[in-house]
Design a protein around this ligand. Structure first.
Ligand code: 5RP
Length: 293
């Protein structure tokens, strides 16, 4: 039997009497009262120093098939992963092309359903144990506010995801899906984002809008990351990222504007400079041109 060696046990001396125990605040808005495991996972997505994140989204195939730039993800996406703070993809792509040695936090696409060929957002959820097996740090689910057919279904999916994720301390990312008949303005986006947050989303992904985006970020009690949307010229995409961050977004969850860029590796680095270092769009674009060259 191994017995502790009494001679080497030092009597405690440094009790810090008179010094109150440090109580650290938490850097993300709306997250101070969350459980330790959720905070730990959010701290892997968002840099505790800048409070920001560059998430790389390549989950498009689950509704769109082999989107331009994603035909061969082993060739186009894998080289980008090292520059991302977090990757967002389906469980299929994860197992098929993401090397398990990449050590990047995963925002797992947690819903699945109909494709662009039929009626979008008629989604179901995958198994929470799948998310645990994949070591997901975020569960991403679509929420279609204003969609007459599937609004209630997607809000149920969101609340179910929050309930399931909470059991394992995995936070939820509510992704606002804006139907073609809806307008991406501050009024709609702030409502959709707020609905996600009030239903328990820990982070919300939505679109940037030119007018009054600050109203969207201010009215949302949890961090917002913006989707990039359709491919823009690189300079414009950097301007959009800059304005979003300046107006209160905590990061980007960008896909096409990175992997469809003329030089995706240079682009993701330029986006990082904007998001983490506050680089002005002109500076980031010069950096893009230089790296590209
Ligand atoms: C679709 C998604 C995509 O990941 C999202 O749209 C991000 O990609 P992009 O920047 O290309 O818009 O969540 O629901």
């Amino acid at each position: 039997m191994i017995m502790p060696d009494n001679d080497s046990v030092q009597a405690g001396k440094n009790f810090g009497i008179g010094m109150p125990q440090k109580n650290e605040g938490y850097f993300l808005k709306g997250s101070s009262h969350l459980e330790w495991g959720i905070k730990d996972r959010l701290s892997r997505v968002f840099c505790p120093k800048s409070g920001h994140s560059v998430m790389l989204a390549f989950d498009h195939g689950f509704i769109m098939g082999p989107t331009s730039g994603l035909e061969r993800m082993d060739l186009t996406i894998v080289p980008l992963i090292e520059y991302a703070d977090c990757i967002m993809c389906t469980r299929g792509a994860l197992r098929q092309i993401v090397p398990p040695t990449t050590r990047k936090p995963l925002s797992l696409r947690f819903d699945a359903g109909s494709t662009v060929l039929t009626y979008l957002n008629d989604d179901c959820l995958i198994d929470i144990e799948e998310a645990v097996r994949c070591n997901a740090v975020l569960l991403a689910v679509m929420v279609a506010v204003g969609d007459r057919t599937n609004e209630a279904l997607t809000i149920r999916n969101l609340t179910k995801t929050v309930d399931l994720g909470t059991k394992y301390s995995i936070p939820t990312l509510g992704v606002t899906a804006v139907g073609k008949e809806l307008v991406r303005d501050a009024r709609y986006l702030s409502m959709a984002s707020r609905v996600c947050a009030e239903n328990g989303a820990h982070v919300v992904k939505t679109y940037y809008c030119e007018k009054d985006f600050e109203q969207v970020t201010n009215a949302c009690p949890v961090p917002i990351v913006i989707a990039g949307g359709k491919k823009l010229p690189e300079k414009e995409a950097l301007e959009m990222a800059y304005k979003a961050i300046s107006e209160g977004a905590a990061g980007v969850d960008m896909g096409r504007n990175i992997f469809q860029a003329e030089n995706p590796i240079a682009m993701i680095q330029a986006v990082r400079s904007v998001v983490h270092d506050g680089a002005k769009p002109e500076t980031a674009y010069k950096q893009y041109e230089k790296t590209k060259g």
